[in-house]
Design a protein around this ligand. Structure first.
Ligand code: NAD
Length: 449
């Protein structure tokens, strides 16, 4: 049994049956049986069905937002934003279905052409931090390309995916195309990775499990996309608009209570403005509104479990520069925390996945780039400067997949998202994601003897 808890109240909100290996095999068999059916749907009709799904998500926006907020302990305003993006993602891929074409390539004595073919059955394994949002990033391109799928949400947050599965059928997408399994990563996830009839694993989660997925996939030469952890840098140069940078910095770490792969949890500040920026940052962090997740104005909720709270607490090894308030009563709360650190400290090297930011001084542009890149990860990051040439110079030098200049923004529906180094490989969102869910086929047609 999977017991689902609201992290903000510690109340049990659902108890669900758990799938095992047998149910996983049955779901893969259903997806395999539905594959020829789904492939036969014309691209325009596939687009229409995806569009209908997007519209249903919009019609159930509030219901899905409430489910997500309660299940993941998210402030309701954040959950509403995430579900809004889910609908946008389905709209985007609905429009993309019939707009990807093959090529004709000049060759001797014939005609050469390429096709984009679906992979077959894909296994989608997602984490608990943005449950339906991240699932949609994989569902949209999978379905657009003509694949059928088995989706495994995280065991802590299965509720929104289960509701989506009902909306998929309501949209008219044939039975068996989308299968959702509630179950443990160590059982259902592993079985999907090992299953000979699963052509690809689209995985988002920790680098540690990502490694295991990649190893497991080797056995059947499965395709894998890995969206893994991060330890991103927020680089503030002395020539930045410091007020703006300081006002934005807390939300780059404390959004989703820091449980964000893109969290800019290393705040690198040019030494000449370090003290001034630290003061501004403390003031801005003090203003983050933590508490009741049903209140529209709340900005930060609790962590996902009590166990995760203990892990996050273990990273605060010295007296912090700032420690915020948390509500009394039940819930897995942890305060917004700012610590001063060197890039060699554990808090600056490992992914905390909680509301703890490390402030690190740097001397000049070269030093900032060196420190930012001194990490095994390479997911996102921000650069704050009023010098446009420097902004682009630094952006080109950083080893990370998703950067923003004078902004915290990481994710947009139409632009590619994914990591360098041990943050994984493959790209989600935008047209780039379609590459990960299709195979290029080349066909040569001889026209001369
Ligand atoms: P996790 O790696 O523990 O679990 C992710 C998913 O994998 C879950 O559904 C889990 O059940 C499943 N799983 C666990 N063991 C498995 C196994 N042996 N085989 C197959 N599947 C298995 O991660 P989490 O704690 O749920 O999520 C937090 C992590 O996700 C963080 O490291 C975070 O950075 C990362 N993340 C990355 C991105 C990104 O896009 N790069 C986005 C969100 C979260």
């Amino acid at each position: 049994m999977t017991v689902v808890v609201n992290p903000a109240t510690e109340a049990t909100i659902a108890t669900l049956a758990e799938a095992g290996v047998e149910e996983t095999d049955a779901a893969v068999a259903r997806a395999r049986a539905a594959y020829p059916v789904w492939r036969a749907v014309s691209p325009a009709d596939r687009g229409r069905l995806l569009r209908r799904l997007a519209t249903l998500v919009e019609e159930h926006h509030e219901e899905l937002s409430q489910i997500e907020s309660r299940n993941a302990g998210k402030p309701i305003s954040g959950a509403r934003g995430e579900i809004g993006m889910v609908a946008d993602v389905f709209h985007f891929y609905a429009g993309a279905v019939d707009k990807r074409h093959g090529e004709t390539i000049p060759v001797a004595r014939g005609v050469d052409m390429t096709f984009r073919e679906p992979l077959g059955v894909v296994g989608l394994i997602v984490p608990w931090n943005f449950p339906l949002n991240i699932a949609s990033w994989k569902l949209g391109p999978s379905l657009a390309c003509g694949n059928t799928l088995v989706l495994k949400p995280a065991e802590l947050t299965p509720l929104s995916a289960l509701r989506l599965a009902e909306l998929v059928l309501e949209a008219g997408i044939p039975e068996g195309v989308v299968n959702v399994l509630v179950g443990k990563g160590s059982i259902v996830g592993r079985r999907l990775v090992a299953h000979p009839d699963v052509a690809k694993i689209g995985f988002t989660g920790s680098t540690e499990v990502g490694r295991e997925v990649m190893r497991g996939a080797a056995e059947t030469i499965k395709r894998v996309t890995l969206e893994l952890g991060g330890k991103s840098a927020n680089i503030v140069f002395a020539d930045a608009d410091l007020e703006q940078a300081a006002a934005a910095a807390p939300y780059a770490v404390f959004d989703n209570a820091g449980q964000d792969c893109c969290a800019r949890s290393r705040i690198l500040v040019e030494r000449s403005v370090y003290d001034r920026f630290a003061d501004l940052l403390v003031t801005a962090t003090r203003a983050v509104k933590v508490g009741d997740t049903t209140d529209e104005s709340t900005e930060m909720g609790p962590l996902i479990t009590a166990q995760h709270r203990d892990t996050v607490a273990s990273f605060v090894e010295t007296e912090p520069l700032f420690r915020g308030e948390t509500p009394d009563g039940p819930g897995f709360w942890f305060p917004c925390t700012l610590v001063e650190a060197s890039n060699d400290d554990r808090v600056a090297r490992e992914e905390v996945f909680g509301p703890v930011a490390a402030l690190i001084p740097f001397d000049d542009e070269a030093d900032a780039i060196r420190i930012a890149n001194d990490t095994p990860y390479g997911l996102s990051g921000s650069i704050w400067t009023e010098n446009g040439a420097r902004a682009l110079r630094v952006a080109r030098a950083l080893e990370a997949g998703v950067l923003s200049i004078n902004s915290n923004s990481s994710v947009r529906v139409s632009t590619p998202f994914g990591g360098f180094k041990q943050s994984g490989f493959g790209r989600e969102l935008g047209l780039h994601a379609l590459d990960g869910y299709s195979e290029v086929k080349n066909v040569y047609y001889a026209t001369e003897g």
